[in-house]
Design a protein around this ligand. Structure first.
Ligand code: PA5
Length: 367
């Protein structure tokens, strides 16, 4: 079923995912402020070693899954990080992790098995600097072990809390001397997010969706182009982790197949796979271009598009207008969140529930 009218779209969005997107700028500021309030406690635990002229950990390891884990990927997109940031998405810490490495565990619910497993390993053999959570078992474990907690409000979908989780993580990373000037960057990210929201709210996605069809919010118009196509999101450089966020948002909000890949690597394999795309369904490619894209990669995108365009039902491209990395990151995050949410709505899908994730967690827990 494809839903056409704006009032029908509002009805489908029963838990107001569009409203959650509008809170992202405030979330970013709030998360950063919460981490800043915990700064003294966070700094107490980190290994004070001089590395390349600056004190800090050897690496920052960010453990988290899904909507909670994405911040670990986005940190390196939005900031010039002073040490490697390793996003761990699984049960185990890297074998090399030691007390020279700072670990931050992020779980919105505080109940995620993989993140709890990493926390337990980290208290044994690394420096656990903070947890970011709304509570749950992770919050309890942190209290038992004296690990600082950056608390976030419960009641949201984890992926819709990306602003508060990311703002918190940025504040923690700054307290650990992994990034500098986080406050300015978070402000830039919040302003860039707001600019994209204004484009959509101005077009009428607030309070009853009263706009006419010819006034489709821009992401809704784009969603209409890919309603029955598998979405493939391509990034390069800083937009690679954002491409993964778009893929995950399209999966979870729209309950729709999506995949992600990166230039220039895809030009060495995936470009050939498109030859039989038509035999395997309908496909749309969406490319994300950040402010620091290399000219060589831009040229590759243009040439690749010319080669694969006949294999696709749609080809979309997003070039950020924000010139700084933090701003560009959240400009694209908000575009992706809108696209994924409108894709759900035009297909008659409620963007909020993720029944299959809940069912999986219950079955694994033996419920
Ligand atoms: O969006 C979701 O619900 C998931 O991607 C969760 O974020 C993921 O399952 C991890 O759960 P939590 O964020 O509570 O740690």
């Amino acid at each position: 079923m494809t839903i056409a009218s704006e009032s029908q779209l509002a009805t489908v969005d029963a838990s107001d995912m569009l409203g959650a997107i509008r809170t992202l700028p405030a979330q970013l500021r709030e998360g950063y402020a919460r981490a800043r309030d915990a700064r003294a406690a966070i700094g107490r635990e980190w290994p004070h070693r001089e590395r390349a002229g600056r004190p800090g950990p050897r690496t920052l390891i960010v453990c988290g899954m899904g909507g909670s884990g994405v911040g670990g990927d986005l940190l390196g997109a939005a900031f010039d990080v002073g040490v490697p940031v390793i996003a761990v998405k699984g049960y185990e810490l890297p074998s090399w992790a030691s007390e020279d490495d700072c670990v931050v565990c992020v779980s919105y619910s505080g109940q995620t098995a993989e993140t709890l497993s990493c926390f337990r390993a980290a208290v044994d053999r690394a420096t656990v600097s903070a947890v970011i959570t709304s509570g749950g078992e992770l919050g309890q474990l942190a209290a038992q072990h004296g690990v600082p907690v950056v608390g976030v409000q419960s009641g949201m979908q984890p992926r819709a809390a990306v602003g508060v989780l990311f703002g918190s993580l940025a504040g923690v990373a700054e307290a650990l001397n992994v990034i500098d000037d986080a406050e300015d960057a978070i402000e830039s990210a919040a302003r860039a997010a707001q600019a994209v929201i204004d484009l959509h709210v101005g077009a009428g996605d607030q309070d009853g969706m009263t706009v006419q069809l010819e006034d489709d919010p821009p992401a809704l118009a784009m969603a209409r182009q890919i309603t029955d196509a598998t979405a493939v999101i391509y990034g390069t450089g800083m937009t690679v982790p954002i491409a993964w966020r778009w893929k995950a948002q399209i999966n979870e909000n729209a309950k729709h197949p999506a995949f992600a890949n990166a230039y220039p690597e895809l030009d060495h394999n995936e470009i050939v796979g498109w030859e039989r795309a038509g035999a395997c369904g309908r496909w749309a490619v969406i490319e994300l271009l950040g402010p620091d894209i290399l000219p060589q990669n831009r040229q590759r995108m243009d040439v690749t598009n010319g080669i694969i365009e006949d294999d696709l039902v749609a080809s979309l491209r997003f070039q950020t207008t924000a010139l700084d990395r933090a701003g560009a990151t959240f400009e694209l995050i908000v575009w992706g969140d809108y696209l994924a949410t409108y894709l759900a709505l035009v297909n008659g899908v409620d963007p909020t529930p993720v029944d299959r994730i809940q069912r999986l967690k219950q079955e694994l827990a033996g419920a």
